[in-house]
Ligand binder design. Sequence first.
Ligand SMILES: Nc1ncnc2c1ncn2[C@@H]1O[C@H](COP(=O)(O)OP(=O)(O)OP(=O)(O)O)[C@@H](O)[C@H]1O
Length: 671
Amino acid sequence: MAKSGSLSINSENIFPIIKKWLYSDHDIFYRELVSNGCDAITKLKKLALMGEYEEPDGVEYKVSVTVNPKEKTIQVSDNGLGMTEDEVEEYINQIAFSGAQDFLNKYKDKANEDQIIGHFGLGFYSAFMVADRVTIDTLSYKADARAVHWESEGGTEYEMTDGDKTEAGTTITLYLNDDSTEFANEYRAREVLEKYCAFMPVEIYVADETAEPQYDTIEKDELTDKDTVIETIVEEAKTEEKENEDGTKETVEVSPAREKYKILRRPEPINDIHPLWNKHPNECTEEEYKEFYRKVFMDFKEPLFWIHLNMDYPFNLKGILYFPKINMEYESIEGKIKLYNNQVFIADNIKEVIPEFLMLLKGVIDCPDLPLNVSRSALQNDGFVKKISDYITKKVADKLSGMCKTDRENYEKYWDDINPFIKFGCLKDEKFAEKMNDYIIFKNLDSKYLTLKDCLDANKEKGHENQVFYVTDEKEQSQYINMFKEAGLDAVILPNAIDSPFISHLEQKNEKVKFLRIDADVNETFKEKEEDDEAAKEQAKKDAESLSEIFKKALGNDKLEVKVEKLKNESVASMITVSEESRRMADMMKMYSMYGGGADMFPVSETLVLNANNQLVKFVLNHKDGENTGKICQQLYDLAKLAHGSLSPERMTKFIARSGEIMMDMAREEQ
Ligand SMILES: Nc1ncnc2c1ncn2[C@@H]1O[C@H](COP(=O)(O)OP(=O)(O)OP(=O)(O)O)[C@@H](O)[C@H]1O
C-alpha cells in the first residue's frame, strides 16, 4: 500500500490561520492528542465489554507522552482501538480535515471575545500549530488489520504507506517547528498536561527519552512483576557482641541478612482517573474533599464547606463547589471554577455557564452535555446552558438554607465569611435572593445573629417601627454604640462594601423598612421630652439660633449645620451626625470613582449636634464674646469629629496645638 494525496480543497491559507488564531494558547494540541488517545482506549474497552474484542492478558491501557528535546519531537502513544487504512482515510484525511476547515470558516472572522470555548472541535489538526511534520502510526484492533503509516508536512499534503506497528493502538509523532520547541521540554509538557489532563479517564505517563534513567531502592517484598531490577543489593546481617552473666562474650544477630533491589523508578501517571466529583457524595469522606481542594486549588487554608453536585437527569452534571475561607482585609475575593467536559479540562471561570456570583467560590464542574464547540455568545443565549446555571444556583441556595435550618450553629460561625458572597448573589440573582430571603442574618451589638424580622420586632418594641440601625465601623462609631447601648437600643454590624448596595436592595424589597446608620440622626430615645411650655420652647429656639451663630463665627464656617438638642446624658457636649441619604450617595460615588467618576460631586452633609444640657455648651451660650469661647467651640467641634472617626492632618495639627494651649492655661491657673 502506498498512497499519497492532497488534503487541499483550498487549504493553502488554513494552517497559517490556525497557527495565528490560536496563537495565545497553542498548548491545547496536547489536550487534543491525549484526549483522542483516551477516547480510543475508552472505545476499545467498550468493544471488549461487548465481546467484540478480546483483550490481551494483563493489558494496561495508557497514553504515553514521550518528549525528546534533542530531536525536538513529541510522541503521543495509546493502546486503544487504532485505525485501519480506510479509517485513516475517512477520519483523518476527510473528517478531521473538514472539521478543521469548518471550524475556520465559522470562526476566522470573529473577534477574540467571541472565542470558541476551549477551541473544541479542532482535534487532531491542532498538531500543525506546533509541528511542521506529523506522522501517524496505527494498527487497528480488528483481526486482519494492517499497520498504517501516515505523514504530512505542513498539513496540506499527505502520504500513506504500510506501517510497522505490531500492537493495536496509535502513535502520533510531532516534529516541532522552531517556535514550539518548548513543548519538548519534559517540565513544560508536564505543566501543560497537568492543566488539561489532570482528570482524564485513562492513565497518562510522561517521559523524556533523553533523560538519564532514575533509580529507587526497595525492599525485597515490595518487588512487583512490573519492576525492572537493575541490581540486587545484599545487606549482611548485623551482629553485636554481648556479655553474658557469667562474663563470657557472645555474638548475637540484631538484624538478619536482607536483600534489597535497585529498580528503575516506577513511572507515575500524571492524572487521577477517578476524580472525586465522580464518586457518590455518600462515599466521600471529609478528608477526601479537603485533600482534593488542596490538590486542585493549591490553597492550604481549609475550605469552610462544600457542595457536591451530582445530577444525571435531565442533564448530566457533576462537580464540587467549595466555599473558601476569605480574609477580607488582605485578599480580594477571587474564586476559580474549573469547567470539564467528560474529565477533559475546558477552561476556568466560564461565566456563561456558571452564574457570576458563584465565581467567588472555588470548584470543579464536569458537564459532558455542554455544547462547547460553539461560541461564547451563543452559549449565553442557550436555554440549556441557562438551565444548568439555574440548577447550580438552586443547589447552592438549598445547601445554605438547609444549613441555616438544621445546623444553625455552623451557619452563624461561617456567616462572617460567607455573607459577602450571599449578598452579592442576592443582588445578582433574583431567584437566589428569593430563596435566601429568610436565611439572611445580621450580627448585633452583642454578637448575636438575628433575622431581619427579629431586628424589626425588637425595634418596634422600642418605638422604632420599620427601622433598623446599623454600624459600619465599630471603632469609628463607638461613641454612638455606647449611647445606643446605654439607651437599651440595638444595632446590627454591616462592615463590608457589599452591605451598602445590599441594604438598598432590602429597602426596595421591603418598602417600609428603613436602614439608618447609627450616626444618621440623634435618636429620639436620647433626648429629653420636649417642653410643653410655650415660653420655654421659644427660649430654646432662641438659644439654638444664638449657639449656631457663635459656632459658625468661631469656626469660620457659615455653611455649618448646627442643631441643638437636650440630651439626657449631660456629659455629651457635641457630636456629629451624617445624613443617611447623602452618605449613601457619597459611598456610591466613591465606588464609581474607582471607575473614573468624581467622588466630590456629592459631599456628605454632616451636622454638628450640641447638647443644650451640657455645662460647656451652656458656658458658650452665656459667654458669647468670652476670651476663650472661640477656642472652646473649635475644641468641641474637633472632639465631635474625632469621636466620629478622624481629623484631617491639618486639623489634627491645630487640634494638638490647641489642646496644648488649653492645658497650659490650666497649669497657669494652678500657679
Ligand atoms: N489516537 C487515535 N486513535 C484512534 N482514532 C483516532 C485517534 N486520533 C484521532 N482518531 C480518529 O480521528 C477522528 C478525528 O479526530 P479529531 O481529533 O480531529 O476530531 P474528534 O476527536 O472527532 O473531535 P474533537 O477533537 O473535535 O472533539 C476521531 O474522531 C477518531 O475517529
